[in-house]
Ligand binder design. Sequence first.
Ligand code: GUN
Length: 291
Amino acid sequence: MTEIIDGNAVAAEIRDGLGDAIATLKAEGVTPGLATVLMSDDPASETYVSMKQRDCEEVGIDGIHVELDPDAPAAELYDTVADLNDDDAVHGILVQMPLVDQVDTRRVLRSVAPEKDVDGFHPENVGRLVAGNARYKPCTPHGIQKLFEHYDVETEGAEAVVVGRSDIVGKPMANLLVQKAPFGNATTTVCHSRTADLAAHTREADIVVAAAGVPGFIDGSMLKAGATVIDVGINRVDADTEKGYELVGDVDYESAKEVAGKITPVPGGVGPMTRAMLLWNTVKAAGERAG
Ligand code: GUN
């Protein structure tokens, strides 16, 4: 029987644990604060940011939301980040990606104070992660590690294939999987849009992490029997629903679940874990400031 990995349930457990840590911090006079910054009119980004703010409220983190006009000059964003860096009530800063064209994204990533960079995207934090000394693990790969932990997915000695090479998911996921650390020690291959024969790789994999952003990119015929399949994709495809679209992953769920040993659904798999780990990193940031 294929086990369906319930990201909502694991994320709820993590939020409960964080609630206790937040209560302790508050008793010490520190209320964790997370600033989210949106400079985009992408409806998906707007939804993600509002969900992150709702999560903060639920667990007792102070949410500060800054929304900038997508047509504003880039300097407004740079100034906003500088102000948040200086604000002692803000422990974590998340600038929602992707940003509008007039903004230099690398400059923004560099400008977030590394100790407030709860996304783990600052070059210093990327370097630390690669060196095996992460300050903040990026939220999606970190959440996937938590799913491995909860569902007893053995990474040690496993063949892992990461499909997608983004800075947000693919690269940090591969880095964590190869490290000599819990939920690492996997023989890790990174595939991407230019991989000559994707199925040849995925068919050998004990663990497949699909993060290519292409609906239905991986189907059951491309998987090894019993593999753990983690679907990071959240793709909007036109559908005859109230909203006019539905969310689908990078994995063709119906065919894949016939072959996989464990599989994440979309929605309800990785998405809630990403959000939970953002709260986790924010609490860690506040804890470090509290000493
Ligand atoms: N856009 C998509 N995923 C993420 C994320 O994890 N963090 C930020 N800042 N932007 C994103």
